[in-house]
Design a protein around this ligand. Structure first.
Ligand SMILES: [Zn+2]
Length: 304
C-alpha cells in the first residue's frame, strides 16, 4: 500500500528557477494530503502527476507568504472544476478571514463546503483520524506561530496462519478477534493470538518540521519516525543568521534527526543564496548518514 511523498517546492522564501516555495503532496493508501501551499504548486501537482482534485485535507504550517499564497489559486481552480466535495483546511486561525474575503470579492465562487480547523500552537493535537491513519500538529519555534505535522499509520491487523484455520476449526468471528490481538476459546480450548497469527504490515510515519529554529522541544513529538523532513535554510557558516531569523542549519536538522531516532532525513527550504545543496547533505551527513536534499519533483516511497 502506498505511502508516498512528493516534494512540490523545496526552496526558501524566494522562488528560483529550480526551486518553488514550500509545498508537499502525500499519498497514504489513497488518501491525498497537501502540506503547505507555496505559489505555483498547482502546476507542480500537474507536472509531477499528483491527484489534483482528490486532495481533501490541506495543512498549512504558518502564515508566511511562501507557505500559503498558492491556496487562493487552488480554491479558485477547484470551483471552476465544479468541485462538490467538502475540503478541510488546518491552518492558523487568521487565514479564515483571508479565505472568506477571497470568496466574497470573487463573487462567492466556492461551490463546496470548506471546513476550517484552527491550529493549536501550544501542544500536540490530533487533527485527523480514520481506520488506518492519525495526523497530529505540534508546535515548532518560528518568528510567527507555526506547527509541524506528523502522519502516522495505525498498527495494522495481524495475519492469520492459514494452516491453523483448518487445524483448529476457526470461524470468521474467531479469525477476526485473533487478527485484532484478542485470544479466544474454540470447543473449550483456549487459543492465544500469538500462536496462530504473524505480525502484519509495519505502521509507517512521516514528520514535517516546517520553518523552525533548532529546538530540542520538537524531539518528543517526532520520536522514531521513518522519514523526517526538517527545514535547513542555511549552512552552519550562517548559524547566527539562522538563529536570528528562526530558521535551522543542515547540521541542526541532523541533530534533530539523530536525537529523535528518525530513520531518514530530508532537507529543504534552502535559501536562494545557495546553488549547490550537496553542501547541506555533506554537513548533515557528518552526524546523520541517511540524509538527502529535496528537489522539486523528488518522490519518496516509505516501504512497509
Ligand atoms: Zn516562515
Amino acid at each position: 500500500m502506498k505511502f508516498e511523498l512528493t516534494i512540490l517546492g523545496s526552496g526558501g522564501a524566494i522562488p528560483t528557477l529550480e526551486r518553488n516555495p514550500t509545498s508537499q503532496y502525500l499519498n497514504i493508501q489513497d488518501r491525498h494530503f497537501l502540506i503547505d501551499c507555496g505559489e505555483g504548486f498547482q502546476i507542480q501537482l500537474r507536472k509531477f502527476k499528483c491527484k489534483f482534485s482528490k486532495i481533501d485535507n490541506i495543512f498549512i504550517s504558518h502564515l508566511h507568504g511562501d507557505h500559503f499564497l498558492g491556496l487562493f489559486g487552488y480554491l479558485s481552480t477547484l470551483s471552476l472544476l465544479g468541485r462538490k466535495n467538502p475540503i478541510n483546511i488546518y491552518a492558523p486561525k487568521e487565514l479564515l478571514n483571508l479565505i472568506n474575503a477571497h470568496n466574497q470579492i470573487s463573487g462567492k465562487i466556492y461551490n463546496f463546503d470548506l471546513n476550517f480547523n484552527a491550529l493549536n500552537f501550544k501542544k500536540i493535537t490530533k487533527l485527523f483520524e480514520d481506520n488506518i491513519l492519525e495526523i497530529f500538529s505540534f508546535p515548532v519555534n518560528h518568528s510567527v506561530p507555526c506547527c509541524g505535522f506528523l502522519f502516522k499509520e495505525k498498527k495494522s491487523q495481524r495475519n492469520i496462519i492459514k494452516a491453523k484455520i483448518k487445524d483448529l476449526g476457526l470461524g470468521i468471528g474467531e479469525i477476526k478477534k485473533l487478527k485484532n490481538r484478542e485470544n479466544c476459546v474454540v470447543d473449550g480450548k483456549s487459543i492465544e493470538y500469538k500462536d496462530v497469527t504473524i505480525s502484519g504490515n509495519k505502521a509507517r510515519s512521516y514528520a514535517y518540521c516546517a520553518d523552525t529554529k533548532y529546538d530540542k522541544k520538537i524531539i518528543p513529538f517526532i520520536k522514531d519516525v521513518d522519514v523526517l523532513y526538517h527545514e535547513s535554510t542555511f549552512l552552519e557558516e550562517l548559524k547566527n543568521k539562522a538563529s536570528k531569523t528562526k530558521h535551522s542549519t543542515a547540521y541542526q536538522a541532523a541533530k534533530i534527526a539523530l536525537n529523535s531516532n528518525s530513520k531518514m532525513l530530508i532537507l529543504g527550504h534552502f535559501s536562494a543564496r545557495y546553488d549547490d545543496v550537496e553542501k547541506f547533505v555533506q554537513e548533515a551527513s557528518s552526524i546523520f548518514k541517511n540524509t538527502v536534499a529535496a528537489y522539486d519533483g523528488y518522490k519518496y516511497q516509505i516501504k512497509n
